[in-house]
Design a protein around this ligand. Structure first.
Ligand code: AN0
Ligand code: CP
Length: 317
């Protein structure tokens, strides 16, 4: 594998999930693969899980890690070609990516959307510019529109916990006080359409995801109806796509409570974390046996590890 910008870069998702589960059982099996190799983790935004699980994954493969918070420690980067740099940007991505490529063997990057300019965000300028000007593989640690490492960890979690061949998986919007990216629901929705599940998305009107993401997924605006007999309930807030970046509702009747979970088939509650308690989900659910969020976060290590392993091996599959 040459890069991991989105889940399409994975050669075979079903096989990758099984390989990740095998790595989890024997995490040091490839501890010399990354010897004398370094990964640089660049953060334009906050992170707990991605930052630490990706470092852990790299270390399990014998790699060295370098972490840099670009938002407050790096020079402000310019991404526009041919621009006269008389504003706030101190360094062009052309030099920054070329220089970084001499220090590290893989560049991993987190850069959230502006949530102001849909076209710009969906062009993935930051991620694609790093890919264009770096001479080493680039890994997406959540970009403007995608969080593929999260989606892979989610698919691993479902594979481990499913008790029937084709489980019912519901992606539900829930309220949140701040405007959030589409990256997590986008990647989760894409992933669910690539594995063998019965997938439904439920959200209030106005919260439609991008048409290319929704694909053939079933949409319901009645959350209770959608939750009926669900085996997995994946909950996440996102801001509006059509009224780009706007909060159209904070309707608490969409918060996941025990009453909502009672509609499911003893469903598992999933969330990528960080989660706002009693906004997205009630304490009673998050603290119950039905919640699998901690196991889900653990799988972030093995999702990152299988991705880094495939990049280090640089094979076609
Ligand atoms: C981010 C988001 O919604 O994309 C990161 C989630 C992994 N969440 C927040 O900013 C709270
Ligand atoms: N789920 C996730 O990506 O968490 P962090 O934002 O803490 O990395």
């Amino acid at each position: 594998m040459k890069q991991f910008l989105d889940i399409e870069d994975l050669p075979d998702i079903g096989k990758t999930i099984q390989e990740a589960i095998a790595l989890k059982k024997d995490p040091f099996a490839y501890e010399t693969l990354g010897k004398h190799k370094t990964i640089g983790l660049l953060f334009f935004n906050s992170s707990l899980r991605t930052r630490l699980s990706t470092q852990k994954a790299a270390q399990n493969l014998g790699m060295q890690t370098m972490v840099m918070n670009f938002s407050n420690e790096g020079w402000t980067l310019e991404f526009e070609d041919g621009s006269v740099m008389d504003g706030g940007s101190a360094e062009h991505i052309k030099e920054a990516a070329a220089v970084l490529s001499q220090y590290v063997d893989i560049i991993a990057l987190r850069a959230f959307p502006t949530l102001q300019d849909r076209e710009k965000d969906y062009q993935e300028t930051v991620l694609k510019s790093f890919q264009k000007y770096a001479s080493v593989p680039v890994v997406n640690m959540e970009s403007a529109t995608a969080h593929p490492l999260q989606a892979l960890a989610d698919a691993i979690t479902i594979a481990e916990l499913q008790t029937k061949e084709k489980p019912k998986v519901v992606l539900s919007w829930a309220p949140h006080p701040k405007a959030l990216p589409h990256s997590v629901p986008n990647s989760f929705a894409k992933m669910m359409q690539k594995i063998d599940v019965d997938f439904i998305i439920t959200h209030p009107e106005g919260y439609e995801l991008a048409p290319e993401i929704v694909g053939n997924a079933k949409i319901m605006h009645d959350q209770d109806e959608a939750l009926k007999d669900a085996d997995f309930v994946y909950v996440k807030n996102w801001s509006s796509y059509n009224d780009y970046g706007k909060i159209l509702s904070t309707d608490k009747s969409w918060t996941i409570t025990n009453e909502k979970m009672a509609l499911t088939n003893q469903g598992k509650f999933m969330h990528c974390l960080p989660v706002r308690r009693n906004m997205i989900v009630a304490d009673e659910v998050l603290d119950s046996e039905q919640s699998v969020v901690i196991a889900q976060a653990n799988n972030r290590t093995y999702a990152a590890q299988i991705v880094l392993k495939k990049i280090l091996e640089n094979k076609e599959s």
